[in-house]
Structures are given as C-alpha cells and as structure tokens.
Design a protein around this ligand. Structure first.
Ligand SMILES: Nc1ncnc2c1ncn2[C@@H]1O[C@H](COP(=O)(O)OP(=O)(O)OP(=O)(O)O)[C@@H](O)[C@H]1O
Ligand SMILES: [Mg+2]
Length: 401
C-alpha cells in the first residue's frame, strides 16, 4: 500500500493543531486576555463563544488552553467539560472538580459543596483556574436551567461569598454556546447573571469556501506526505463543505481523511479530485442522483452535461471555467446535431442544470476578474460512471444519435 497519510491522528477531532488558520486573531486575543487576568490582581473574566457547528469553537478553546499551559507551565489548572455529554449540572460539577482533584467522591456532595470544593482546592493548588464549559447551551433545559444559572452566578461572583479567597483565586471561563442554543441561553439567563457572568462574547462566523481551502491545506500538510495532496482535491472538498456542508470544517476534514484512506487503498501516490469524487458519491450531504431526472432532461442539457464531464476529464482539474467548457460544448453540439447556444443562454442552462443536480453539479459564478465574471463548474461525483449514464440516455433518446 502506498503510504501518503503519514499522520492520520492529526485529522482526528480531538487533535489540537499548532495553528488555526482564520482563527489566529481571536486565538491571540483570548490567550492574551487570560494571561493578563492571571498575571494581574483581577479575580475573574469570561468569554462566551457562539457559532454554528464546525466553526472551530471547541478547537479554539483547546488551542487557548494549550497557549496558557505553555505560558504558565504547571502553575495553572484547567478543567474542560462537555456539558452535552454530562447532561446534568451535577455531573458537570463533578467532572470539573475531579479534574482538579481525582479523589473527590462522585456522590454525597451537594452542588454547593462541589462549588465550594472547587474554589478551595484551586486556591490551595495554584490559585489559577481556566474553566472551559463546552456546549453550555445544552444545559438550558426545563430541569437544569435554573441550577445552571445559579452555578454561573456563583462562579462569577465568588469573591462576594468567599472574601478570604479574593487574593488567592482567579477564574477565567470560556463558555461555548452552539448557534441553535444561543436564544435559550439568553432567555434563561437573567440580566444580573448575564452582566456578571459574561464579560466578552464573540460570534465565530461560518467558514467560506476560501477559508476552508486554507484550513484543509494546512491540515493536509500536517497529515500527509509533502506534496501528495493536490490543490484540486482540496478545492473540491472546500467547495462541497461550503455549499453542502454549511461551512462546517468537521465535514471538510472528515472527507479529507476518507479520501486519503481511499487513495492509499488504491495504491496511489497522490490524492486528487477523482478520489474526492468517489468519497462524495456516498456522502450523507450528497443528494442522490434521481435517475428519472435524466429522462425528463431536454436533449440539449444532456449534451451540455456531457460536455462538462468531458472538459473536466480533459483538464484533470476539480473545476473548469465556462471558457474551457465551450470548446467541448461546441464539439459535442456538432456530434449530437444541436445548435450551440450563445453565452447568456448557455449560462442560463448551466444554472438550471446546477439546480437540477443539487450537490452533484456546482456552478459557481465568482467575483469579477480582469476579463469579466468567471464561472467555475464542478462535478462532485465520479466522472466515468456519470459519463456512461449520460451517454446511454442520449443514445436511447437519439436512437444511437
Ligand atoms: N481554523 C481552523 N484550523 C484548523 N482546523 C480547524 C479550524 N477550525 C476548525 N477546525 C477543525 O474542524 C473540526 C471541527 O471544529 P470544532 O470541533 O472546533 O467545531 P465546533 O465549532 O466546536 O463544532 P460543534 O458545534 O459541532 O461542536 C475539528 O477537527 C477542528 O480541529
Ligand atoms: Mg464543539
């Protein structure tokens, strides 16, 4: 087997990469803010990070954790808890305290006891605590919301209840609230709690296609043999994850890994667009090609589709431009006795074809370049089998032309 995926573990979602393309600014802001806190005489600060799935909320918090650990060495305590997994606020508190002190019993303590223990233990050990509450929004349910609010309030106001700890304890909190819960979070937190608990907040926007490209390229550099992943493979994945995957970097990275494993199984030295197409064919975000659609498609569109396939195969790239397509389009029009359409009409046909094959065929009209608008045309499924199918339908339609 050709080995190109040399470090597959770096594509696992628990891996914290050394850099986060397009999140480096916020990473620096957060790291600096928490370092400032722990180096000052302040006692508390907190950031809430909002954002849709796969925008890098969790990995950003881990990256900042690493930055702080590198800065403070053993002089800082960090507790990370995923509230969705713990489900109950009591479990969340147990998980947190156990990360500070393993011997804490799992039962028999009240929530208040646990919070007090957390403060006292931390003050005894280093006095610096970074608390990461991931998926915090999931705790705002009927049974847990009030208790959660109490906990957040206690944490942010600990100096009022424990005056003796004021000079011995500093707490920094990163809370992560996924997009659909943002509303619940606001609904359940009263103004007073919100004001004392949330010191700063940031919304991480969804990644664009271009950003996903950079992220994938960086993650590919870490995971693969140098030079073994083509830009075309990355382009196709980035495009798919942006268009069909809602800008979710997790989806993009999963495809990269699967495509890499597939290329290895094929004994190929390079991961290219064709490997990606094989993986996308079965992707849950790919809409199935409804074979009936071919029967309802007018002949001219079938010819156009075939010309896209031919152009893509000839160029061996992840996309072709309209100009590159036209050469093949004209040739095939001649072959199938169709009248080639002028540019505007061709563009309209392309757009319609894209709508008829959502996910399979992507027509991207990108911003203006020197020569006017440029159109990029991509196909996300294996070209050979699609070509066979289109040819068969065309032959049926024309009685062998
Ligand atoms: N800027 C980035 N650079 C490199 N890798 C990234 C970046 N953003 C996200 N990733 C990777 O994408 C995947 C998803 O990111 P992450 O788990 O942080 O998303 P999330 O916002 O927490 O999503 P969810 O709400 O579903 O938990 C992870 O493997 C992460 O390492
Ligand atoms: Mg997450």
């Amino acid at each position: 087997m050709a080995r190109i995926l040399l470090h597959p573990e770096t594509l696992e979602h628990f891996f914290t990469p050394p850099k986060l393309p397009h999140r480096e600014d916020i990473r620096e802001t957060l790291a600096k803010r928490f370092i400032n806190l722990f180096e000052s005489s302040e006692s508390y600060t907190s950031w809430v990070i909002y954002g849709h799935s796969g925008v890098g909320k969790t990995v950003l918090s881990w990256r900042v954790e690493k930055d702080l650990r590198e800065h403070f060495k053993n002089d800082i305590l960090v507790a990370y808890v995923n509230c969705r997994q713990s489900r109950k606020i009591y479990r969340v508190l147990v998980e947190i305290v156990k990360q500070i002190e393993k011997t804490v019993p799992e039962k028999g303590l009240s929530r208040e006891d646990l919070i007090t223990l957390l403060f006292r233990l931390t003050a005894e050990k280093t006095g610096k605590l970074l608390l990461i509450l991931d998926e915090l929004g999931t705790l705002f349910t009927e049974t847990e919301a009030d208790k959660t609010r109490d906990m957040l309030y206690s944490i942010s106001r600990f100096t009022e209840r424990f005056r003796d700890l004021e000079s011995k304890l500093q707490i920094g909190v990163i809370s992560i609230v996924a997009k659909p819960h943002e509303y619940l979070f606001y609904q359940w937190l009263d103004k007073a709690t919100r004001a004392s608990f949330i010191k700063s907040e940031i919304n991480l926007p969804k990644y664009s296609k271009a950003e996903l490209f950079d992220i994938l390229q960086f993650r590919a550099e870490l995971a693969f043999k140098p030079g073994s992943v083509t830009d075309d493979a990355i382009d196709l994945i980035a495009n798919f994850a942006a268009e069909r995957g809602d800008g979710n970097a997790r989806i993009a990275i999963d495809i990269l890994r699967s495509a890499g494993e597939f290329a290895e199984r094929q004994n190929d030295e390079q991961l290219d667009a064709d490997h990606v197409r094989e993986i996308l064919k079965y992707h849950p975000h790919m809409s199935r090609i409804d074979t009936e659609i071919f029967d309802t498609l007018e002949k001219h569109k079938l010819v156009l589709l075939l010309s896209i396939i031919r152009a893509l195969k000839a160029h061996g790239k992840s996309y072709v431009t309209r100009l590159q397509l036209e050469e093949y389009y004209r040739m095939l029009c001649e072959e199938y006795y169709e009248r080639p359409r002028k540019t505007t009409q061709l563009l309209r046909y392309l757009k319609e074809l894209g709508q008829e094959f959502p996910g399979v065929l992507d027509i991207e009209v990108s911003g203006k370049n020197q020569r006017g608008r440029s159109t990029r045309i991509r196909i996300n499924v294996p070209l050979d089998s699609l070509e066979d199918h289109v040819i068969r339908v065309l032959e049926r339609r024309t009685g062998g032309r």
